[in-house]
Ligand binder design. Structure first.
Ligand code: ADP
Ligand code: MG
Length: 259
């Protein structure tokens, strides 16, 4: 009897474990012509985790995020979202589930903040305009920019633009947020306000993959740091382990240069 119970409890643990994995990347290979950029990436992300991806420039970090969001095709391996191969998803359907924020804000310059926010939900999700406006107001308050609802992107600072870009991505109620160096185009004094919004989001339980070299953010917020170099995951682990006691020479060398 007790054995049986143990077996059942083991099984539910297993079920738990697999249900929790929201993204699974297996042996991902990406080439641009003859250049192999991703050489067999393996990575699993649990629901609610914040993963910080670090690594040398040109190592394939952006390409990896772009593959997850179907902005790039790949030549080998698989990416699963909730256990389903992303090949099976329609690209628009996938992108309602995965939000992305880039280094260069990518706001539509000819639209004000409100219209930037409501465009995708009204077009792609067919959300009624009034509902979208209400949602936009909630999210703009959340990023501290409700007073900028009528402003145009050129009237905003870089930090404000990036906070709008985050609010815009959240309009679709994504389950996962991808950030590709969201603060590297910002003046240093504007970095904090964007990181604060991201910290809030992480604490609210969002699943996040963040490419950044803001190691303070990584230390405070990341559940895991993943070091990508030369197209593979060279090393990964909790921040305290990776930052204090990196095992691989390449990780050590990289951290020595950026810290
Ligand atoms: P990271 O984000 O880590 O700096 P990237 O993923 O941007 O690295 O780039 C990895 C490699 O792929 C680099 O050598 C880069 O030049 C190359 N690359 C990226 N995008 C393209 C593209 N569209 N066409 C050809 N090569 C590309
Ligand atoms: Mg990049």
């Amino acid at each position: 009897m007790s054995n049986n119970n143990e077996a059942i409890s083991e099984m539910s643990k297993l079920n738990d474990g697999t249900e929790k994995i929201i993204i699974k990347i297996e042996n991902l290979v990406k080439r641009f012509g003859k250049l192999e950029v991703l050489k067999g990436i393996n990575l699993q992300v649990k629901r609610g985790e914040t993963i910080v991806i670090i690594g040398p420039s040109g190592g394939g970090k952006s390409t990896l995020l772009r593959c997850i969001n179907k902005l790039e095709e790949y030549q080998g391996g698989k990416i699963y979202l909730d256990g389903v191969d992303i090949d099976e998803y329609d690209v628009n359907q996938l992108r309602t589930r995965i939000g992305m924020v880039f280094q260069q804000f990518n706001l539509f310059p000819h639209m004000n903040v409100l219209d930037n926010l409501i465009l995708a939900p009204t077009k792609v999700k067919k959300m009624p305009r009034e509902e979208a406006i209400e949602k936009a107001k909630v999210l703009l308050s959340r990023v501290g920019l409700l007073d900028k609802i009528d402003a145009y992107p050129e009237q905003l600072s870089g930090g404000q633009k990036q906070r709008v870009a985050i609010a815009r991505a959240l309009m679709m109620d994504p389950e996962i947020m991808l950030f590709d160096e969201p603060t590297s185009a910002l003046d240093p004094e504007l970095v904090g306000e964007v990181l604060d919004v991201m910290k809030d989001l992480a604490r609210s339980g969002m699943t996040m993959l963040v490419v950044t070299h803001e190691m303070g953010f990584a230390r405070d917020v990341a559940d895991r740091i993943v070091f990508i170099s030369q197209g593979v995951v060279e090393e990964e682990g909790p921040p305290e382990e990776i930052l204090r006691n990196p095992k691989k020479p390449r990780t050590r060398e990289f951290l020595r240069r950026i810290l």
